[in-house]
Design a protein around this ligand. Sequence first.
Ligand code: GFB
Length: 321
Amino acid sequence: MNDLKKKKIYLAGHTGMVGSAILRKLNSEVFENVIVKDFPGVDLRKQAEVENLFATEKPEIVIIAAAKVGGILANNIYRAEFLYDNLMIEANLINSAFQTGVEKLIFLGSSCIYPKLAPQPLKEEYLLTGSLEFTNEPYAVAKIAGIKLCENYFRQYGCNFLSVMPTNLYGINDNFDLQTSHVLPALLRKFHEAKERNNEKVILWGTGKPLREFLYVDDLAEAIIFLIKKINAQNLYSDGITHLNIGTGKDISINDLAKIISDIVGFEGKIEYDSTKPDGTPRKLLDVSRINKLGWKYQTELEDGIKKTYQWYLSKPEAMI
Ligand code: GFB
C-alpha cells in the first residue's frame, strides 16, 4: 500500500463534480503524487496535447473522470458534442495510456449505457442487448466505446484497464444550471428559489413517474479508491464482464424525490409537471451485487446526501448563478 501511495496518479477531469470528489479522496488518503492537468491547460479532445501530457508526466495510474456531461435536456440538444467530445477524450486518454505503459486505468461511464427497456435491476451483462434511450443515445454510445476500448486493450495487449458504470450522481460541486443540470440539483434550485420568492408552485419536467437511483458523489470516490487498491482488469474480464456497476441498488420516482427535496428546502407550495419535456428512460436501477461482493457498499443515504448538497449550495453563491 505504501508503494501505491507513491505511484504517479493522473486524474483527468479534476474540476468537475466527480473529479473533484475523487481528488478530495485521493488527497485525504495521502496519495503523494497526484497530477491534475486538463482544460484549459490541456484540451483532452486534442490527440497531440494528450500524447504530450503523457510523454512529459509519465503517469503510472490514470483515472478518467473527464467527460462532457449534462442532464436529459443537454444530452438531447448538444447531441453531436456529447458524442464527439466524449469519444475524443476517452480515445486519446486510453490510447496514450497504452502507448506509455500505464499500469492501471479506471474509466468512468454511466448507467445510461444499458438498453432503454432492459430488465431491472440492470446487470452488467445486459450491455448491448437492446436499443438505447433516444435522449442520451450519443452519450451512451461514446461511453460504450470507452468500455470497449478498455476491454480490447486488455484482450489484445493485457492492459490493466477497467471500466465502471456509476448510477446518477449528485453532491457538492454539482451543476445547478437549470438548462444543463441533472434532476437533483435542478430540483434543489427550483424549490429553493420558489421558497425565496414565495412562489405558489414549482414546475418540473416530464411526468414525475420515471424511477432513478442516486449515489452521493463522495461514495463514488470511495469506490474508485477501493478499485485502485483492490481490483484489477483480470478480475472483471475473467468473470465474463466488461465493467462494474456502482450504485446503491435502490431507486425512487422523480415525484417522490421532489417531495423529499421540497421538505428539506422548506417549500410548501404545489408541484406541477410540464409534459412537453422528456421523461427519458422509465427506470435504470443498477444491480450492484458484484461490487458489493467484492467488498464495496454505499454509505450515504439519499436524504443525508441531499441535505449535505443543499448546505453546500447555500454556502456557494456562485452555484446559484
Ligand atoms: O437527471 P436527468 O436530467 O437525466 O433527469 P436522466 C431525470 C428525470 O428527471 C427525467 C426529470 O425524467 C426528467 O424529465 N426531471 C424533472 C428533471 N424535472 C427536471 C428538471 O428540472 N431538470 C432535469 N434535468 N430533469 C441523464 C442522461 O439521464 O442521466 C445522461 O441524459 C446520464 O446521459 C445521466 O446518463 C446520469 O437520468 O434522464
